[in-house]
Design a protein around this ligand. Sequence first.
Ligand code: NI
Ligand code: MN
Length: 225
Amino acid sequence: MPKLTYLSHSSFLIDDGVHQVIIDPFLSCNENAPLKPSDIKAKFIVLTHGHGDHLGDAFEIAKQNDALIIAVNELANYAASQGLNAHNMHIGGGWNFPFGRLKFTIAHHGSANAEGQYMGEPAGVVFSIGGKKIYHCGDTGLFLDMKLIGELNKIDVMLVPIGDNFTMGVDDAVKAVEFVNPGLAIPMHYNTFPVIQADPDEFKSKVEAIGKKAMVMDYGQTLDI
Ligand code: NI
Ligand code: MN
């Protein structure tokens, strides 16, 4: 049974008992983060896009752990140019890693690094790990193709941005949950900055009102999925 730990913002750690995979590790410049980059022992780092609140401490964690960075081609090439191990992928493509299968999906957003260099298309990610499917939406607005993601994958856990301004707000996020039809929806990408203040309990109650399950994870909380 995989374990999912919320590291605040859009960062999660997935542990299948053998492998640890960290997603969008934004820890050191994030006062909500329950762990420091030096606490992370993951061998796999998955990045949805190149913005600072997602790329975060990825390169430091990769160096510390001799970890593999998994990202779309342009962002993976940037990681490789910094001397890191990277696996280049792109949207619509999947690959079988030691922890399971990972497939990149579309996300409607931007992606450049802090210097303004283009980092490829932003993405969402569908993980198949320990017999479960987790869909991390990345940073995105609502899009109708989420229906297709839900139709092609029986999603157990959906990680949904709700903070508005840069991504979906609460009401669009609830619609996204309706489209994907996951077993459980967990909000992310809220309350880190003043412009993304949102009420996760409002999201939870609106998801429950459409007959779906939602859970608000605390920073550092671990869930068996
Ligand atoms: Ni972003
Ligand atoms: Mn973001």
